[in-house]
Unconditional design. Structure first.
Length: 99
């Protein structure tokens, strides 16, 4: 473990650039600092449920294992899925095993 109070954010499932200010794992956000991420999601990006978590080397396991993660929802394009599927109720559920 190192730099346990330094963090950043990394996504899974998004087709976006890995260069800052996008999904760069090399960004370092130290205590008291802020950083504004910018994700340019292409118009043709498939809808879905994706996720994010901290990814600063040395503190990832402590932070993500402690529950720091979340969902990113990319909505389906109109008429991308059949109406009988698109009209179903959505339930967002994030499960984490905190160890």
């Amino acid at each position: 473990l190192s730099d346990v109070n330094t963090t950043n954010m990394h996504t899974h499932g998004l087709h976006v650039t890995s260069s800052a200010p996008g999904d760069s794992i090399f960004i370092k956000v130290k205590p008291g600092e802020t950083f504004k991420y910018e994700y340019k999601i292409p118009e043709f990006h498939m809808g879905g449920t994706h996720w994010y978590h901290p990814h600063h080397h040395g503190s990832t396991a402590l932070q993500a294992g402690g529950g720091a993660a979340g969902m990113i929802i990319v909505e389906d394009a109109p008429d991308e899925v059949p109406p009988e599927i698109a009209e179903l109720d959505e339930i967002l559920l994030l499960l984490a095993h905190v160890d």
